[in-house]
Write a protein that binds this ligand. Structure first.
Ligand code: ADP
Ligand code: MG
Length: 489
């Protein structure tokens, strides 16, 4: 009896083992089929995102010719939307003194103060204060006056705090540098004021109106300051670049959104007509609008664009800027989850939420050097509620991040080469390009791809001519350099 039991038990165990092994084999096969299918999606995506040097040159050449077209008289312009932005002189590097600036940024503004002591001295004694704009001003249709009042009152308080350290407070009126940073997202209340700020960069009379209103408010509150012009902050960064280096010819902002300002020599015609004596001007070129049939667009980009707030617009920005990189990665992951069960039989619900993967998280996963990609797993859990994943799945996630960031950064590199080409400075001259913004500053691999692309495109002979420099003093300092260049010395 006992023996029979043992035999039965042994037979049952053997059967269970066989069934178990069969199950494991099936599961393994299924998993490896799923992996293969996910790999296929990844390979196809990478293939479509490829940016060989020849393609980058096509993009660069088209950028250069679009810039030419924008400047040509008549209406045969490309799609960049280049307005003549700023006719005043830029800093020479000899500026000395304490300067104030204000940076209006959608839902808040920043007041800054800093000291300049000539070209070889870096901006020092920087102080800044950030002030939220109350909702009633943000949401009201015509509150420019109220906003300027608020800004003037805050400037007065800020100056008051620093008066003692500005021992030599000049009796004459000072210039207040004024920059506007345009938000790219539509998270703000859709107020008329907001859309007004958006238009400032493309319509300088709007900037003029804001300057006038601000000067009125400063006067009303007895503040001895005046605003000379309201400009886009990228122009402020160009001014900052100029202060440090005469060869500074363009500034690129790479944050949530993207923008470029560059130096253009003015045609004789305009020099004669304008009241300014400057022979060159800073142009804000809105390169986010750039489009070319050579851009390596994929189905994921097409659906991102179609579902965006501005379909068909700002295609270049949607490939390169911080707002979109993580979203492209999410779309690829979602496809893999749906078609290859990358994260199991059920598609993680949170993976379907648009814009849930932000570029800082994408960068953290991409730059994960831990054994087993522990950061990737932690981010998958935190953002998408994905409990577990295999090492090879995590590796695939980092590969998608790599493809998306490499494509974006290489296109930025091509765009920069296109700008330098348009200026006729590729050979025999140095050009300094100032780059500003959180994406460039914090996403190391993206930054490295960008730098190496410029070297790759220009080769050893020419690449020394293009110097990429990180903006000095942080984003709100730009207005200080404008104040400096607008002050008579
Ligand atoms: P903007 O002025 O365009 O709003 P910022 O220059 O302030 O943007 O930079 C913020 C943006 O930079 C974020 O929206 C994000 O896209 C990107 N960013 C910030 N930190 C990181 C990071 N660690 N890795 C990747 N991207 C980052
Ligand atoms: Mg910014």
């Amino acid at each position: 009896m006992k023996r029979e039991l043992v035999v039965v038990a042994a037979a049952t165990t053997a059967a269970a083992t066989v069934a178990g092994v069969a199950f494991l084999v099936r599961q393994w096969r299924r998993q490896s089929n799923q992996q293969l299918s996910a790999q296929r999606i990844l390979r196809e995506f990478a293939r479509r995102c490829a940016t060989p040097t020849s393609k980058l040159w096509q993009v660069a050449n088209e950028m250069a010719s679009d810039m030419e077209a924008e400047l040509a008289p008549g209406d045969r312009g490309g799609n960049l939307g280049v307005p003549v932005s700023y006719l005043a002189g830029l800093p020479t590097g000899e500026e000395k003194g304490t300067f104030y600036g204000i940076n209006l940024r959608g839902t808040n503004f920043v007041i800054v103060r800093g000291k300049l002591e000539g070209r070889n001295e870096a901006l020092s004694d920087l102080s800044r204060q950030e002030i939220e704009i109350p909702l009633h001003i943000l949401s009201s249709a015509d509150s420019t006056k109220e906003l300027c009042d608020l800004m003037a009152v805050e400037v007065a308080k800020f100056v008051g705090l620093h008066v003692e350290s500005d021992s030599k407070v000049e009796a004459t009126e000072r210039t207040l540098g004024f920059t506007v940073s345009l938000p790219v997202d539509d998270l703000l209340p859709s107020s008329a004021l907001h859309s007004k700020w958006r238009r400032i960069s493309v319509n300088d009379t709007m900037g003029g109106e804001l300057a006038q209103e601000m000067n009125h408010a400063l006067k009303k509150h007895g503040i001895e300051m005046r605003v000379f012009a309201v400009v886009n902050d990228t122009i402020g960064h160009l001014a900052g670049g100029r202060y440090y280096n005469k060869e500074s010819v363009a500034a690129v902002s790479l944050g949530m959104g993207t923008d470029v300002a560059y130096i253009e020599s003015l045609p004789q015609q305009i020099v004669k007509e304008s009241s300014s004596e400057a022979a060159e001007t800073a142009i804000n070129m809105q390169w986010g609008n750039f489009f070319s049939s050579h851009l390596p667009l994929t189905e994921y980009d097409a659906s991102l664009d179609a579902e965006s707030a501005d379909p068909g617009c700002r295609i270049f920005e949607k490939l390169i800027s911080g707002m979109y990189l993580g979203e492209i990665v999410r779309r690829v992951l979602l496809r893999m989850a749906e078609e290859s069960a990358l994260f199991g039989d059920v598609v993680p619900p949170k993976l379907t939420i648009s814009y849930s993967l932000r570029s800082p998280d994408m960068a953290a996963m991409h730059q994960d050097t831990s054994q087993d990609y522990e950061i990737v797993q932690a981010k998958l859990k935190e953002i998408f509620d994905i409990e577990s994943s295999t090492t090879s799945v995590r590796e695939m996630v980092t590969e998608i991040c790599d493809v998306v960031s490499e494509r974006g950064a290489r296109l930025v590199g091509a765009g920069i080469v296109g700008i330098v080409k348009k200026m006729g400075r590729l050979a025999n001259r140095k050009s300094v390009i100032t780059i500003e913004g959180g994406l460039y500053e914090h996403y190391r691999i993206y930054r490295n791809y960008l730098h190496s692309t410029v070297w790759e495109m220009l080769g050893t002979d020419l690449s020394d001519n293009v110097i990429i420099d990180h903006s000095h003093g942080g984003s709100s300092a730009a207005s200080i350099f404008l104040a400096a260049s607008q002050t008579d010395h």
